[in-house]
Ligand binder design. Structure first.
Ligand code: FES
Length: 503
């Protein structure tokens, strides 16, 4: 398998933001320079509130850069699922909050001349079989009740074999990494300082303020925003979220037999596959994303990427697969994001549980959090209350996510079997137990063995090998680590210790 890299990374320009090299005092420290963090910085600067954005890698290069780049009013869990949990007025407001946010993003793209390959396109949901036709009917009805201009689609508009389909006109597509980088470049305001390659190593509460430490400077702030997809450190909300990973590919295709649009296909056994095209430098790319699974639960992640390639080849004249990547999302038990303070009255804020709808929800979260910090009312804030109790109807899903976590604790405590390390091939990883310690052992492409602790530094579950991305992934709350133990994403702050014993 070739290097994992999203198409958005390839087609983004480098922007020169410095890394933090001194101590700073500010009103708001924003952790994370993706769509939520940069939009929050932009809005706070506009409101005259000083902020500092700390991004661990390059601006826009985290979760945002592994998304589909699709912007739409509806939600990936389907509006009809929301209607199973909430009354229709609430569903209507959720749809309205997303459509208003998408329209605001469109205005910014036009007014600020953001060079992000924006395109207005229709959204389609289709069923590949008879079993899923009811979902399509339900979605049509709920969409109409929610006030969306959803209609039955002509099946000839869609380049797949299908049984029924619906559509919403005038949705949108962007290169999400370019969008965030271009937006960040417009913040020419001393009120918002952006630092990249400045990983937050710890967050402490000191004298009524927050102290965020990086390797070359500290930030002290009255408010802190976790714009990191899932909050850093141990937070109660993590028990309400399921971490999922899905893969994407981009292929160069011949011909023009893929019409423009966002296509979500419902296939057998709950499989959902999303496709779209992207044009850049005179080439047309087909992007296929799908087959989500719980982080760390899949034995062979390479298989998923291979099946997406097979899907593309079955339906289109594919020249070659040019990019392959994985992206993460967090699914809330009651299907709605958590946006607001970690607990009532706190000045520590979270924005998480976007499912795969994070580009619009990330922007919406930035508006809500900015209004909270600056003391303004926000008409959508109550929908996504971060301190809400989980409604009863989400009980079974909540229990399932937590039984999953508990089962990893129990299974992992039993410990893995012994394994002769010399049998490990290049690009392979295994958990072994030695001298009473659980070790994550992998062999890199140079044939060298890398040995780190297998115990996740977040809350102690065992990490699992991800053979597609050559990473160690924690099934409990989605922390991911490189083979040398560096935190790649998720709630963990500390790396997995190297060489816990001599081998
Ligand atoms: Fe929570 Fe690993 S992410 S224990």
């Amino acid at each position: 398998m070739e290097t994992i890299k999203s198409i958005w990374h390839h087609f983004s320009d480098k922007h020169d933001f410095p890394s933090l090299g001194q101590n700073i005092q500010t009103e708001v420290a924003v952790i994370g320079g993706g769509i939520t963090g940069i939009t929050t910085g932009k809005l706070l600067a506009r409101a005259g509130f000083p902020s500092v954005v700390l991004e661990s890698n390059a601006v826009g290069s985290g979760t945002t850069s592994y998304s589909t780049g699709n912007l739409y009013y509806t939600v990936d869990d389907q509006l009809s699922s929301l209607e199973g949990k909430y009354d229709i007025d609430r569903v209507k407001r959720i749809a309205a909050s997303r459509s208003e946010t998408l329209q605001q993003m469109t205005r910014w793209i036009q007014d600020l001349s953001l060079d992000c390959d924006y395109k207005k396109v229709p959204w389609y949901l289709y069923s590949s079989n008879k079993e899923n036709m009811k979902t399509i009917r339900d979605e049509l009805q709920t969409g109409k009740e929610a006030g969306l201009s959803v209609r039955e689609a002509n099946i000839h508009e869609i380049p797949f074999s299908l049984t029924s389909a619906i559509s919403i006109p005038a949705q949108a597509q962007i290169n999400p990494m370019r969008y965030v980088q271009e937006l960040a470049a417009t913040i020419k305001n001393a009120n918002c300082q952006i630092y990249q390659h400045s990983r937050v190593l710890s967050i402490q509460r000191k004298n009524g303020e927050y102290l965020l430490q990086t390797s070359r400077g500290d930030v002290t702030a009255k408010n802190v925003v976790h714009a990191t997809h899932t909050p850093k450190g141990i937070k109660f909300v993590q028990t309400l979220l399921g971490p999922y990973r899905e893969y994407g590919i981009a292929c160069r295709i011949n011909g023009t037999n893929h019409p423009e649009g966002i296509f979500w296909g419902l296939y057998n056994e709950g499989t959902v596959i999303s496709s779209r095209t992207y044009r850049r430098n005179g080439e047309t790319y087909l992007i296929i994303v799908g087959k989500p699974h719980k982080v760390g639960h899949k034995e062979n992640n390479e298989e998923i990427i291979a099946s997406l390639e097979e899907f593309a080849q079955t339906h289109f004249d594919v020249q070659e697969t040019t990019f392959r990547w994985g992206g993460q999302h967090y699914r809330p038990a009651d299907l709605l994001p958590f946006i607001g303070p970690v607990k009532k009255g706190s000045t520590e804020f979270i924005a998480t549980g976007y499912s795969t709808d994070g580009l619009v929800y990330g922007t919406l979260a930035a508006h809500i959090l900015t209004d909270m910090i600056t003391g303004q009312d926000n008409k959508w804030a109550d929908l996504y209350d971060s301190t809400r109790k989980q409604p009863l109807k989400s009980g079974p899903k909540f229990l399932k996510e937590n039984i999953d976590v508990a089962s990893h604790y129990i299974k992992d405590m039993v410990g893995p079997g012994d394994f002769p390390v010399k049998e490990l091939k290049k690009g392979e990883g295994k958990i072994i137990k030695k001298e009473g310690k659980r070790l994550a052992v992998s062999r890199n492409e140079d044939g060298e063995l890398e040995v780190i602790s297998a115990v996740c530094t977040h809350m102690g579950c065992n990490v699992h090998w991800n053979n597609a991305e050559k990473s160690w992934d924690c099934p409990c709350h989605g922390s991911r680590f490189s083979t040398d133990g560096t935190v790649l994403e998720g709630p963990a702050l500390d790396p997995l210790p190297k060489n816990p014993i001599r081998m």
